[in-house]
Design a protein around this ligand. Structure first.
Ligand SMILES: [Zn+2]
Length: 70
C-alpha cells in the first residue's frame, strides 16, 4: 500500500502531508502548499514568486502614495 513519498519542488526535501489542513509541508525550506499548488510548482509555475511580486507592487503603490503626501 503506499503513501507515495513526495519531494519538495523547491529544495528536494521530503514533504510531509498535513492531513487536517490538506497541505504538504517541507521541513527543509518551510514550503507549505496544497496539492494543486504542488502540481503548479512541478509544472514550473512559481506561486511564491507571484505572491512576492504582488506584494512588492502593493508596497510600491503605497510608497508612491506616501511620497506624494510629503
Ligand atoms: Zn523544501
Amino acid at each position: 500500500m503506499g503513501v507515495q513519498v513526495q519531494y519538495c519542488p523547491e529544495c528536494g526535501g521530503e514533504l510531509f502531508y498535513d492531513a487536517p489542513a490538506r497541505r504538504y509541508a517541507c521541513k527543509s525550506c518551510g514550503l507549505y502548499v496544497t496539492r494543486e499548488q504542488l502540481t503548479d510548482l512541478r509544472q514550473g509555475i512559481k506561486i511564491d514568486e507571484d505572491e512576492r511580486r504582488k506584494r512588492r507592487r502593493q508596497h510600491g503603490e503605497y510608497l508612491e502614495w506616501w511620497l506624494s503626501k510629503k
